[in-house]
Design a protein around this ligand. Structure first.
Ligand code: SAM
Length: 213
């Protein structure tokens, strides 16, 4: 490993270790492991909370609930009257997410869990309404998710894409598997939209965030 790569690895280790999660998050991570719903890393969660707070996010959409780890982090950055709409096709994941939100004493009015295919559900959400859209669902659908996220974001809102690196393969010029191609296409959709101000943030497996003008 080069000195630069070693420094980046140790910085990333530090960023993750610096975040202390509470009981509800620790329990949720155990549920995520049992169900195989890979959750965002602690440092990714802390950054999501920060972005939700900075964007004044009252109305948030999440694509890919999992068992609710990212949902808890998003809610932590939202005001008390904020509502998280979170979509997942797996009923078992939503059952687990309900437990996660109950454990964390999140009132039922603060979450709207929509069990269904995000590709169908998203098209029913109104244009220019949401403050923040977090994309963490099926990687092959990222281009469609990002297109819909941009449509439903209000001006000034944020789209945040998790695992934007496709588990690190995006930087490999030789990689042309469907997941990498989908991640590249999603990144291009964001890069080519003049209304968006994007940045890649090297936390977890990479976040791609963009603010809409
Ligand atoms: C990586 S996990 C989400 C983890 C969650 N965001 C967290 O950090 O706690 C991906 C989720 O996407 C869901 N999923 C599967 N197929 C999907 C699809 N076609 N569209 C959207 N989500 C899908 C899975 O059921 C799973 O719960």
């Amino acid at each position: 490993m080069s000195d630069t790569a070693a420094a980046a690895a140790s910085l990333s280790e530090y960023a993750e270790a610096a975040i202390i999660e509470d009981e509800a998050l620790i329990e949720a991570r155990m549920r995520a492991e049992e169900l195989g719903a890979t959750a965002i890393s602690p440092a990714t969660g802390a950054l999501l909370s920060l972005l939700a707070r900075v964007a004044g996010s009252t109305h948030v959409v999440e694509i890919g609930t999992g068992v609710g780890v990212s949902g808890l982090w998003l809610l932590a950055g939202m005001p008390e009257n904020g509502v998280l709409t979170t979509i997942d096709p797996e009923p078992e994941h939503h059952r687990a997410a309900r437990e996660t939100f109950a454990d964390a004493h999140i009132g039922p009015g603060r979450t709207r869990l929509i069990n269904g295919a995000p590709t169908d559900v998203l098209t029913r959400l109104a244009d220019e309404t949401y403050d923040l859209v977090f994309v963490d669902g099926a990687p092959l659908s990222y281009p469609l998710f990002v297109t819909e996220a941009i449509r439903i974001l209000r001006p000034g809102g944020l789209v945040v894409v998790n695992n934007a690196s496709a588990d690190g393969t995006i930087a490999d010029r030789e990689a042309d598997d469907p997941r990498t191609l989908a991640a590249r296409e999603a990144a291009s959709i964001i890069a080519e939209d003049d209304r968006l101000l994007p940045a890649v943030i090297p936390v977890g497996t990479g976040l791609l965030a963009a603010a809409k003008a």
